[in-house]
Design a protein around this ligand. Structure first.
Ligand code: LLP
Length: 419
């Protein structure tokens, strides 16, 4: 359920007409619904209320500080994957003890910053990372809580680019190696094993891969207990899918129930790292039709939003529903909806049946809250879009549109090229 709806044939976000926001911000623009985000967080988090848990929003999905604050105020933590995300989480007043740090290539500097921030745990992804962390901990004279991200070798049956728990993937450590690492860490004065973690992939639409992963992690926790490694946290990552078109993902309550069944009486605290399921359908991307172009056998709606703004269709062939801001009944047409970027791969939709529209009309690309703005770039020297947060009858610009001056702000002209 979300709060993007037509009222009298005009698309609203909560109580604000999209067209009104666009009059202020221009296009392209990302628009998020605070009420939808709050609802998604609460539904997800409440589903786990029968067991000890911490919901750490995976902020790579959308790291805007306003959204992080919404999550933080509801009691959520954050899953980070870089020093930049650590900075953002702390800046949004997320307590260190509600932050977990995943990622295969954390630099020594990033590890140091995380240790200094006293985060809940660092999810270590290799033997070398563990020894780097041991060195950092020793130098800072701090006992560092960590988990090892294991690769449970489970096929989540999702897009190959967003599958992470197979043997061929770069993520995590195979169990035998992880087992040895935990035992080795027992001798490290400054390392404290507190958890085990995994993340098997994203946009997962079935429960069984999650059950298999949790069951396998639970088995590892018992084996470790026998070896004297007592863990508190089981971090099962994110990955719960959402509806973009006609997918029927499990509801958070069903997801929580199967996990609860696996973990009942284990005494473990479950850590969850949902990204897409919280923000995906909390946001839309609004773009304007610049031109309508006909070539033999094809019509293009050429819009002002492009792959630099929303790369998912180009990168994963992802489907996003696209609807007009003003609903109308002038007939239908098959079109490709394409951006201005000089690449044939720059499209938002291909062979899509759309209403017959005219130049300057606005379109909403739905389900754009996750991996939309956060994956945007300046390709073709296009400034990044503005972002807006709607709350009831109010709306606030939470990131201004990048200007052309922003594009060259960090460039330095060497003296020999100065006039
Ligand atoms: N935890 C870890 C360690 C992750 O790597 C990810 C996502 C998540 C949690 C959150 O997963 P989610 O709940 O959002 O599925 N750019 C792709 C998705 C990449 C996901 C990367 N890792 C897309 O647009 O579909």
């Amino acid at each position: 359920m979300n709060f993007f709806e037509y009222k009298n044939n005009e698309l609203f976000c909560e109580d604000v007409p999209i067209a009104e926001i666009v009059r202020k911000t221009g296009t392209p623009v990302y628009i998020y619904s605070c009420k939808t985000l709050e609802r998604h967080f609460n539904v997800f988090n409440d589903a786990f209320s029968t067991m000890p848990h911490l919901t750490c929003y995976s902020c790579k999905a959308n790291s805007n500080g306003a959204l992080l604050r919404v999550i933080g105020r509801l009691g959520g933590g954050v899953d980070i994957v870089s020093g930049g995300e650590l900075f953002r989480a702390l800046h949004a007043n997320i307590p260190g003890k509600k932050i977990v740090f995943s990622g295969v290539g954390k630099t020594e500097e990033e590890l140091r910053a995380a240790v200094k921030a006293d985060i809940l745990m660092i999810n270590v992804e290799s033997e070398e990372e563990l020894s780097t962390l041991a060195g950092v901990a020793k130098r800072l004279k701090k006992i560092v809580p960590f988990s090892i991200r294991v690769n449970p070798q489970i096929d989540p049956k999702t897009h190959p680019y967003i599958t992470t728990g197979l043997k061929k993937n770069k993520f995590g450590v195979l169990w035998d190696d992880a087992h040895a690492l935990y035992k080795k860490a027992l001798h490290e004065k400054y390392l404290m094993p507190v958890g085990i973690s995994s993340h098997i992939g994203s946009q997962i639409l079935e429960l069984s891969p999650f059950v298999d992963a949790v069951r396998s992690l639970k088995g590892m926790v018992s084996q470790l207990a026998e070896d004297g490694v007592a863990l508190t946290y089981i971090d099962i990552g994110g990955g719960l899918g959402i509806t973009y078109k006609d997918e029927l993902p499990p509801q958070p309550a069903e997801y929580a129930r199967v996990i609860e069944e696996e973990l009942r009486n284990t005494g473990l605290t479950v850590i969850l790292e949902p990204g897409r399921v919280l923000v995906g359908n909390s946001g839309i991307f609004v773009t304007k039709i610049l031109y309508i172009k006909n070539v033999p056998g094809k019509t293009f709606y050429i819009v002002d939003g492009a792959m630099n703004d929303l790369v998912r269709p180009s990168l994963y062939d992802a489907y996003h529903k696209i609807i007009p801001i003003k609903k109308q009944d002038k007939g239908k047409i098959m079109v490709d909806i394409v951006g201005p970027i000089c690449e044939s791969g720059d499209f938002l939709a291909k062979d899509r049946e759309m209403p017959l529209l005219e130049k300057t009309e606005l379109l909403a690309v739905m389900g754009a809250g996750a991996y939309g703005f956060s994956m945007s770039s300046n390709y073709n020297s296009r400034g990044r879009a503005a972002e807006v947060l709607v709350k009831g009858t109010e709306y606030h610009i939470i990131r201004t549109r990048e200007t052309i001056q922003d594009l060259i702000k960090r460039e330095v002209i060497p003296p020999f090229l100065e006039v």
